[in-house]
Each structure stands twice: as C-alpha cells, then as structure tokens.
Design a protein. Structure first.
Length: 339
C-alpha cells in the first residue's frame, strides 16, 4: 500500500482539447504528476460523453484518440500517471447502480451544476436519464479509485459535495468506512476562466471560439488576428480599454515577461498602440508556448496503435483498482453470494 494521496481527474472525449483546458487543468495535472506526491489517474469519460451524444457515437470514438494525444502532448507520462477509459471499467457501472439507491430525484434536481448544464444544452423536458444522473456516475468514478483529491474548476464543487453525501450515506448505512470523501483541488482564484476568442466568458468547442492544442501555426495566427479587443479602439492613437480586452487577458496568462505586458497596457490605455501590433505580439507568445506541445502531439499521432496500447494498459491497471473497491462495496451490502 502507498501513502500517497490519490488523484482522479479527466475529460469527456467530445473533441480535441483547447488552451482553456491547458490553462485550467492540464498544466496543473502535469505539475501534480511530476511532484511524486500522488497516485494519479486520468479518466477519459466516454460513457459520460455518450449521455448527451448517444446518437453520434462516432464523435466519441474519434475524440478518444484526440484527447489521449493531447494528454501525452502536454506532458502526461503514462509511466507516472494511469490514463484509462471509462467504458473499459465495468465496476463503475455497478457502483453507479448501488449509489442511485442512496440518492433521491429531488436531490439530483437541486444540483446547480446539472441545472446549469441542462439549460445550456436546451434539453427542456427531454433530458436523457443518463445525463440527469451523471453526478452519481461521477461519484462512482471518484470513489472507485478512492480518490481523495479531485482537480476541478470551482463550478464543479456541487458535484463533489454530492459525492461526499453519497460516501457518508453509504458508510453510515453499511457501518463500514469503505468509501473515501474527496476534496477538490481548485485552480488559483486569480486565474479565473480563460475567455473565448470572441470575448465570451467561456471558451468552448460548441461556441467555436477556441484555440486547440493541435492547431497549426497559420490557424493560431488567424484566430489571434480575429480576437475581440476594445470595440471603441478604432484608431491607433485612440485610448483603449485593457479590462475585458481578450488580447491582454491572454497576455496576462501566457506571457512570462509581465513587466513588458504592463508597459504595453499603459501604452494601449494612453493611445499609440494598435490592435494589429498587439495581436501580432500575442501570436508570437502563443506560438512559442504551443509549438513544443504540437510537435510532441504530431510525433505520438504517427503511431495511433501505440497510443491505444497506452490506453489499454492503463485501463487494465485501473480495472484492478476499481474491481477491488466494487468487491468491498458488495461485501458491505452483503451481495457477494458466491465467493
């Protein structure tokens, strides 16, 4: 047994990952992995992705490889982290079923994260049942690995609280401390969420306002040059607003020379710095940041079979861990009839 804390995190495979994922979680995952303080599991949640993409399974199948490539490209090391696929871990499905018996429909209805996502997806009254219960499925994922640390965005705290409620209910009902209560590991508050290219508060695949880790240099340049700035900054000599200006938000995040960024901000505020010039500078900064990631991605993409072997090996290791938890849960409930 290891004394290390256990991390579980992951992504839904609904497309390639973008720089919002990179800033919000991927960089942090690599740092945690390399610290040596954690047993790290990265779950590619294809079953969860199917809850609102069941009629387009090819999208999930294709995206599985894309997400794996993005993980490897940013520095996730399969020798240090276990990358696994949700659908290949059957214990998660049975755990979800057991936990559903401990959760009421009214409690699921109150989950603010679910309510927000149902609204965003315009489900109305046609919410797929699988999507409605995905907080319980997520609880199964977390508890199956006995994860005590879950790196998530602040908007996912209600999901973690629901997991903690399930853990307390299970351990209380069956009078055994089998399941572990997880704690969130949140990005620094000052980091916030990286906005989309159009100035929208959220960068997302569905809004088409993202720069992807796989984008080539010309695509990145084209996207940067189309970015939202200050609509009132029409002429170079006009004073401009830095606050809410997406270009400067990105420079705050990606440019290591923050003294220079402050100089540019002062110049922009007073007038004399054009949008084209500042966008060209941001393009240089982003190209430098993303070029090594893209290069590694292209190398891994040359051998998809090897990437699938990594996923298969990781899923086999994860299966042993999740099966062990399931057996403990079955023993506690008393349904391991034929041992």
């Amino acid at each position: 047994m290891t004394d290390k804390k256990v991390i579980l995190t992951g992504d839904r495979p609904t497309g390639k990952l973008h720089i919002g994922h990179y800033v919000g979680s991927l960089r942090n995952r690599v740092a945690l992995q390399n610290s040596g303080d954690y047993d790290t599991y990265l779950l590619i949640a294809d079953m969860q992705a199917l809850t609102d993409n069941a009629r387009d399974p090819e999208k999930i199948q294709h995206s599985l490889l894309q997400v794996a490539l993005d993980y490897l490209a940013v520095g996730i090391d399969p020798e240090k982290s276990t990358i696994c696929v949700q659908s290949q871990l059957p214990a998660l499905n049975e755990l979800t079923m057991h936990y559903l018996n401990l959760v009421t429909v009214s409690r699921l209805n109150r989950n603010p994260t679910v309510k927000t996502e149902i609204k965003q997806k315009n489900f109305g009254q046609s919410v797929p049942a699988g999507f409605f219960i995905y907080p319980v499925s997520q609880a199964a994922d977390i508890t199956a690995f006995k994860a005590n640390t879950v790196p998530v965005g602040a908007d996912q705290e209600p999901m973690l609280e629901q997991t903690r409620e399930i853990v307390r209910s299970f351990n209380s009902i069956y009078k055994q401390e089998i399941l572990v209560e997880p704690e969130g590991y949140f990005p620094p508050k000052e980091m916030g969420r990286i906005p989309g290219l159009d100035g929208n508060a959220k960068m997302s695949k569905s809004l088409g306002n993202a720069i992807y880790l796989a984008d080539d240099p010309d695509t990145i340049k084209e996207k940067v040059m189309s970015m939202y700035t200050d609509p009132d900054h029409i002429h170079v000599e006009d004073p401009g607003k830095v606050e809410g200006n997406t270009v400067f938000t990105y420079l705050d995040i990606f440019d290591k020379d923050q003294d220079h960024v402050e100089e540019l901000k002062q110049q922009y505020r007073h007038g004399g710095l054009g949008d084209v010039k500042i966008k060209r500078y941001l393009n240089e900064v982003l190209q430098a940041e993303l070029e090594p990631i893209r290069t590694r991605r292209e190398e891994f993409a040359k051998d998809p079979a090897a990437v699938y072997d990594i996923l298969k090996a990781g899923s086999q290791r994860a299966q042993a861990v999740t099966n062990q938890t399931l057996q403990e849960v079955r023993d506690a409930i008393g349904i391991n009839y034929f041992k």
